[in-house]
Design a protein around this ligand. Structure first.
Ligand code: ADP
Ligand code: ADP
Length: 227
């Protein structure tokens, strides 16, 4: 589903280059729940951004749903963003001026859904996330955990095939973190959403089925299973 072939990312540095990701070859299959771990500065966010089409590889090839990303037209790329990808951020990134309801509705507007379809989809999500009573509140009237629930509701509103999450519980207390990770697990298992998260937490990584370890931009070989 997501396929990186010898992908590197570098930034110009003086007369040379500073490599942030080096020669990454990686396949993520539909229905996987993958965690990216590694020290600060090891390239985790950069890898997530490349996978989520927010950044371009400098070298190598990336296939998203079998399509070579570097050859996509701007229109097709936007289309993929709107229909197939959801993003969840550590700092939630909700729109402060919009209510809970309106935040969740935003991706449906971009997708061009009719007003009645939007109404029923947002109502369904509010109900599922126990946020009906909060629908007219603004983000700054919610706790961090509640804001992240809205962030996730928004990310899945348009039924994306894959969710990319950058430290989704990095700002949350452990009981809220647990709630968020259980929700991801449910989305993965019941709804079949592919999930790729960056995390520092072994507990969070334990919710997934595979861990990728990055170090200095290299993907460390997967540990061989001990029988
Ligand atoms: P990055 O690796 O993206 O540069 P940092 O190392 O600065 O990020 O940490 C990003 C966020 O992750 C911070 O908000 C920090 O509080 C949180 N964080 C760091 N270490 C842990 C940990 N062991 N468990 C949970 N959260 C952590
Ligand atoms: P992580 O998420 O593991 O903390 P990042 O992917 O955020 O790592 O960053 C990896 C390295 O790339 C860091 O050393 C960072 O300083 C560098 N980096 C990220 N973006 C840029 C940029 N736009 N220009 C130059 N260096 C960058």
């Amino acid at each position: 589903m997501l396929s990186l072939r010898n992908v590197s990312k570098y930034y110009p540095a003086g007369f040379g280059k500073t490599y942030v990701l080096r020669n990454i070859t990686l396949d993520i299959e539909p229905g996987e729940f993958v965690s990216i771990m590694g020290p600060s500065g090891s390239g985790k966010s950069t890898l997530l951004h490349i996978l989520g089409l927010l950044e371009e590889p400098s070298e190598g090839e990336y296939l998203f749903l079998d399509q070579p990303v570097q050859k996509l037209s701007e229109r097709r790329r936007t289309d993929i963003h709107r229909n197939h990808i959801g993003f969840v951020f550590q700092a939630y990134h909700l729109i402060d001026e919009l209510t809970v309801y309106e935040n969740i509705e935003t991706p449906l507007l971009y997708k061009g859904m009719s007003s009645s379809e939007r109404k029923s989809r947002v109502a369904e999500l509010l109900d599922r996330f126990n946020m009906v009573a909060k629908k007219d509140l603004f983000p700054n009237q919610l706790s961090g955990g509640q804001q992240q629930l809205v962030g996730i509701a928004r990310a899945i509103a348009a039924n994306p095939k894959v969710i990319f999450a950058d430290e989704p519980t990095g700002n949350l207390h452990s009981e809220h973190a647990k709630q968020i990770m259980e929700l991801f697990k449910e989305l993965n298992e019941k709804d079949g959403v592919t999930i790729v998260q960056v995390t520092h937490s072994d507990i969070n990584a334990g919710y997934g089925n595979r861990i990728l370890h990055l170090k200095d931009g290299w993907l460390e070989p997967a540990a061989t299973a001990s029988v």
